[in-house]
Design a protein around this ligand. Structure first.
Ligand code: ATP
Ligand code: MG
Length: 445
């Protein structure tokens, strides 16, 4: 297969150099998990790596050259080859100074966890395992290489990486490593939001996102990553009395397929329940938590430096997250069309979110909800033009409206355009002629 062919080719290209398979690709292969990319370490310096692979690789990239890394593509497989490194940390700024080394053992020593600090000699097949990483793979433990407190001080992001590997691999934290993280959690304040975001994305998209989130909370990391989660320890309405809002939220996340917008929406769909909580003789309510939640989610995701397009998708899902659970047969076809317009390209995600939300609330509602959802699905299919509806625009533009009604630019134009779009979404107006007619009828005189 492609991975083996590339490995052989690399061994040949570096026949008079030392070269090792390292990092995630070796770890995942030893776990019997699918690996897509190769990580390699060599004593060759970056410019030499480049010279050795350029003649035969399909693509070569050098953006990481300063840090010792050359990337390449061959047989559809990506490989990153990095010169052995040794870190020298000055105790003051704690910023690592990366220097190149000649020693694979020193290179492994600067890696974060024992399961990531294995190396396989590409020439001999010999496995180097100076920190007992293989035993930790068997025990399914994430354990720092060296003194946990020191390794956290060097780079506090490692605390989040530890949680991510637990969530991705289904591993536990080795107790001493876990205790050091709980004590050092505050050091996350030194880490950029961009780096935090990438690890949180990894946790959310992992196989066990709820376990990862629970770890973040238990280790006090959530206090820095997303303190809003801690306020979700609130009672739910009577029916759901088994779980608080936080447990419900984590269940909802775990019931969603691994799509980024969907998982963030599940995580944040009830985020405004704390501030909308009211109680009266009829019970507990969270009026308009979906609207306030969408705005809160916007602020949280912007803080995490998430891309604008993702933020829009997530808040769309949150703002409308109650509509599908409350679908009923009495809805008109134009109400179904309105739902499709409002959700746009997030319609499928919204259905998945509704399923997760119901499943995570009261499982006894599930059969009845499934029946209603099947009906909604068939009505959506009946409408058909989902993509068209998602991108629907008024059939007339502002100039045409002004000409038609002989009015100047102003708020009235917007009002007419909104009216038009509304009728189009409802399916009452489908042609330009009908649009002209309707505008004249409604607004002329
Ligand atoms: P993934 O499957 O997510 O890519 P990975 O283990 O390959 O997992 P990377 O972030 O790609 O993780 O890093 C590659 C290797 O570099 C790691 O296995 C680890 O040995 C080392 N490494 C990465 N980040 C750090 C860090 N912050 N501190 C120490 N070592 C690190
Ligand atoms: Mg990797």
């Amino acid at each position: 297969m492609a991975l083996d062919r590339l490995t052989q080719q690399l061994a040949a290209a570096f026949s008079d150099r030392r070269i090792f398979l390292v990092g995630g690709s070796l770890r995942d292969r030893m776990l019997g998990r699918a690996t897509h990319d190769l990580d390699l370490a060599t004593d060759a310096r970056p410019d030499e790596i480049r010279r050795r692979v350029a003649p035969w690789a399909d693509a070569v990239w050098t953006v990481g050259e300063k840090f010792g890394t050359i990337g390449l593509l061959k047989y559809g497989v990506k490989a990153e080859i990095t010169t052995f490194r040794r870190d020298a940390y000055d105790g003051e700024s704690r910023h690592p100074e990366v220097t190149f080394g000649d020693d694979i053992l020193a290179d492994l020593q600067r890696r974060d966890f024992t399961i990531n600090a294995l190396a396989e000699n590409l020439h001999t097949g010999e496995l180097l395992d100076p920190f007992d990483g293989r035993a930790d793979l068997q025990r399914r433990l994430v354990r720092f290489v060296g003194e946990p407190k020191l390794r956290i001080a060097e780079d506090p992001l490692r605390m989040l990486r530890a949680v991510r590997f637990c969530a991705q691999l289904g591993f536990s934290l080795e107790p001493e490593s876990g205790a050091a993280i709980a004590r050092g959690a505050g050091e996350l304040a030194r880490i950029s939001w961009e780096r935090i975001r990438d690890e949180l994305d990894g946790i959310l998209l992992s196989e066990r996102p709820a376990d990862g989130l629970r770890l973040l909370i238990d280790l006090s990391l959530a206090r820095h990553v997303m303190p809003e989660l801690l306020d979700l320890r609130l009672p739910q309405p009577e029916r759901h009395h088994l779980k608080d809002v936080l447990d419900h939220t984590l269940d909802a996340v775990s019931f969603t397929p691994p799509d980024k917008a969907l998982r963030y929406a599940a995580l944040l769909h009830d985020i405004a329940k704390p501030e909308t909580f009211t109680r009266d003789e009829r019970g507990i309510h969270f009026y308009r938590h979906e609207e306030l939640g969408a705005e809160k989610a916007r602020a949280i995701l912007a803080r995490l430096r998430q891309p604008a397009a993702l933020i829009e998708q997530v808040i769309r899902l949150i703002r409308h997250h109650l509509r599908i659970p409350f679908y009923s047969s009495e809805w008109s076809l134009s109400a179904v069309r309105r739902l499709m317009y409002d959700l746009g390209d997030q319609l499928d995600n919204a259905i998945a979110l509704a399923e997760a939300d119901v499943k995570a609330s009261d499982p006894s509602d599930w059969p009845e909800f499934q029946a209603r959802l099947a009906e909604l699905r068939s009505r959506i299919a009946e409408v058909g033009e989902a993509a068209e509806l998602a991108h629907m625009k008024p059939l007339l533009n502002g100039n045409e409206v002004m000409d038609l009604l002989n009015i100047p630019p102003g708020p009235r134009v917007g009002e007419v355009l909104r009216f038009l779009l509304d009728r189009q979404i409802a399916g009452e107006i489908t042609t330009r002629e009908q649009a002209v007619e309707a505008v004249k009828r409604e607004f002329k005189g």
